[in-house]
Design a binder for this molecule. Structure first.
Ligand code: HEC
Length: 130
């Protein structure tokens, strides 16, 4: 009931400040720039794949966890095709040494195009500034 009230008051708030059509999700807050990022089709696709996989057990969006924050990954690399391909290969093969000595788990059964879609989503987090 409390949760419902929060959601209701949030949507009233959004409505009152100009019909912001932000869907409320657990992982993002509804700032203006987030809204435009979330309208990118790569956002939903990559986020869904990441949510289905085990990524969030080691990665958070904004804070370092076992692995680096996705926002930090996005800030580190230029969003080029070569970098997306390199990062996708790393998600599939695993590895360590870029962010520290904790290894990243390998995902050998992940299709490369899914890994690329995940990286595209991660790269979108760079623009999501507060
Ligand atoms: C067992 C914990 C773990 C899981 C599960 C995991 N990661 Fe990671 N990830 C890490 C660690 C640790 C690093 C840092 C590796 C390094 O320092 O080179 C990392 C690094 C990364 C990087 C940056 C790589 C680089 O070279 O800069 C990306 C992108 C990434 N992970 C995406 C993912 C995605 C997508 C998934 C889900 C398919 C995932 N991770 C699942 C622990 C994990």
């Amino acid at each position: 009931m409390k949760k419902y009230c929060i959601i209701l008051s949030l949507s009233v708030f959004c409505f009152s400040c100009g019909g912001n059509e932000t869907k409320s999700t657990d992982t993002t807050d509804s700032t203006k720039s987030t809204t435009s990022v979330m309208e990118n089709p790569d956002y939903d696709k990559g986020l869904n794949l990441i949510a289905k996989s085990d990524c969030f057990t080691c990665h958070k969006l904004r804070d370092a966890s076992t692995g680096p924050a996705y926002g930090a990954v996005a800030a580190k690399y230029e969003n080029t095709e070569a970098n997306r391909s390199m990062l996708a290969d790393k998600i599939i093969a695993g590895g360590q040494g870029v962010w520290g000595q904790i290894p990243m788990a390998a995902h050998p059964n992940l299709p490369k195009e899914d890994a690329i879609a995940m990286v595209k989503y991660i790269m979108l987090l760079k623009e999501e500034k507060k």
